[in-house]
Ligand binder design. Structure first.
Ligand SMILES: Cc1ncc(COP(=O)(O)O)c(C=O)c1O
Length: 497
């Protein structure tokens, strides 16, 4: 109800009303009631095991048997794995071959006690991490520049980005006396950049993208000022899979002597191989002098277990601004390279093992398969007249519809077992092609299901069930505070037993 009213008034006014109306107890209650009702439906899908397994709110008085615990975990795992194993999921599990998983699990089991914080006890962790960074940097052309490219292993893409932005903020404060730091990123850059701005008190300057969903260069130029600490671009972006004009963007950064971060979390382990295979890949890495940092996720297309990524810098001086050291703590001399203190050395060991066991040959083969499958899927989407692909993506394919509710198409695909990503601004959905989709028959099944989903949406009326109304509202509601409240309630639900 409140969303319908707010939708009828202009955005600025709606935000003003929202801010003040929310303070009135009656309105607050109405909003809460609406959100709670809506959450009840989501709770059912988020907590499917509620009536199936015992819930634990206290430690069991007597310990449970290990075998029973393992049985429960196996049961839940079995229920969950079919979907991604059979290639019904966008992104999420990037390799998923059973032998590869067992190999990584074996490495994890051997090294599960390792903690890089205690490098005296586990020098092996230092070896794994140093080599992961060196191999990743080499893949991204570190050997084609005279500068030293260095980095750290982090827990994932978000941490890599947060660390790089904190580094630029601290660097700019010391070197350029910038007290009101600003960051320039296209609207399509990953939310981790916004998170960094919120955490580290950096002003975010979002710039628009052009009709190809790539950062608009003129807007980048106009956004630079004396407080700019860095510019960032994606290779490619999460929503539409398009690579920003990194060459031009990093040249602007170089001209103004500010940092430039290429976010290759998604593409770091695909683009270098796609380029070698002859695909049209624009320059995005350390060959560009203006690129002063990069992130590349080993836990995505590096095919490692979840929980690792690499952040890299041009020069050790920049990396020093990431490190944390304290010299007068009663607990002793303390230093750590990333946000965490203790870290799972086993994940670094498994990451190192993944990279070595796949090798350049394996990554080239995987990339070729992913590109071939993406081409089949792009053709399939292009053959459906009601749909159109956004931009010119390589393997992360976003598509929308002019005359149909694309979120209803997503719901129909969900009915057929598919888990695709809903995006907005503009309304569209995407599929990130992984090795799971390269298996026989998966791309054909996707295209066939998509055709049927479009047909169903065309020929039936909207039932107002599923995620379509949620996305519809989230995409159009001018009062973003209410959408944000809903997301917070969702997280509260996640933590309910
Ligand atoms: C382009 C891009 N950057 C950053 C991230 C964040 O990575 P993570 O989810 O590992 O924190 C993602 C995740 O999909 C991404 O696609």
């Amino acid at each position: 109800m409140i969303d319908k009213v707010l939708n009828l008034i202009p955005q600025k006014l709606a935000c003003f009303f929202e801010k003040h109306l929310k303070k009135i107890p009656y309105v607050r209650n109405r909003i809460d009631n609406e959100i709670n009702g809506f959450m009840k439906d989501l709770e059912t899908s988020l907590k499917p095991y509620k009536d199936r397994f015992q819930s634990h709110t206290h430690l069991p008085q007597t310990p449970l048997k290990r075998d029973d615990i393992i049985d429960q975990i196996l049961e839940m795992n079995t229920m969950e794995e079919d979907k991604w194993k059979e290639g019904y999921v966008s992104g999420a599990v990037y390799h998923g071959n059973q032998e590869h998983i067992e190999f990584l699990n074996k490495v994890y089991a051997i090294t599960s006690q390792s903690n890089p914080l205690h490098s005296d006890l586990w020098p092996s962790a230092a070896k794994y991490e140093a080599e992961i960074i060196e191999m990743t940097a080499a893949m991204l052309s570190s050997k084609k520049t005279d500068d030293t490219i260095c980095g750290t292993v982090t827990s994932g893409g978000t941490e890599s980005i947060l660390l790089a932005m904190k580094t630029y903020r601290d660097f700019a404060k010391v070197k350029r006396n910038i007290k009101k730091p600003e960051l320039i990123v296209p609207v399509t850059a990953h939310a981790a950049f916004d998170k960094a701005c919120q955490y580290f008190n950096i002003k975010m300057k979002h710039i628009p993208v052009n009709e190809h969903f790539q950062a608009d260069i003129d807007s980048v130029k106009k956004a630079v000022n004396k407080n700019t600490i860095a510019i960032a671009g994606s290779a490619p972006s999460f929503p539409h899979g398009t690579v920003d004009p990194i060459e031009e963007m990093s040249a602007i950064a170089l001209e103004h002597n500010i940092g430039f971060h290429t976010d290759a979390c998604l593409g770091g382990f695909v683009l270098p191989f796609a380029e070698k295979l002859g695909f049209n890949v624009p320059l995005f890495d350390f060959r560009l002098k203006g690129v002063t940092s990069m992130s590349a996720d080993t836990h995505k297309y590096g095919y490692a277990a979840k929980g690792t990524s690499v952040v890299m810098y041009r020069g050790e001086e920049l990396r020093h601004f990431q490190y944390y050291t304290v010299t007068d703590w009663p607990g002793g001399l303390y230093f750590s390279p990333t946000f965490a203190g203790s870290r799972p050395g086993a994940l670094s060991a498994a990451c190192w093992a993944s990279m070595l066991s796949i090798g350049e040959k394996g990554y080239l083969e995987a990339t070729q398969k992913i590109m071939d499958t993406a081409n089949k899927i792009k053709k399939g989407i292009n053959d459906i007249p009601e749909l159109h692909i956004l931009g010119k993506p390589l393997w992360v394919i976003a598509f929308g519809a002019k005359a149909l509710n694309i979120y209803r198409v997503m719901d129909e695909m969900a009915q057929k077992g598919w888990s695709l990503n809903g995006l907005h601004k503009p309304s569209c959905i995407h599929i990130a092609i992984t090795l799971r989709h390269t298996r026989e028959g998966v791309s054909e099944r996707f295209v066939e299901d998509l055709k049927q989903a479009v047909e169903i949406v065309k020929t039936t009326v909207d039932t107002k069930n599923g995620m379509a109304p949620v996305y519809g509202m989230a995409a159009t509601l001018p009062a973003r505070g209410i959408v944000s409240d809903i997301l917070k309630k969702y997280l509260d639900t996640y933590y309910k037993v």
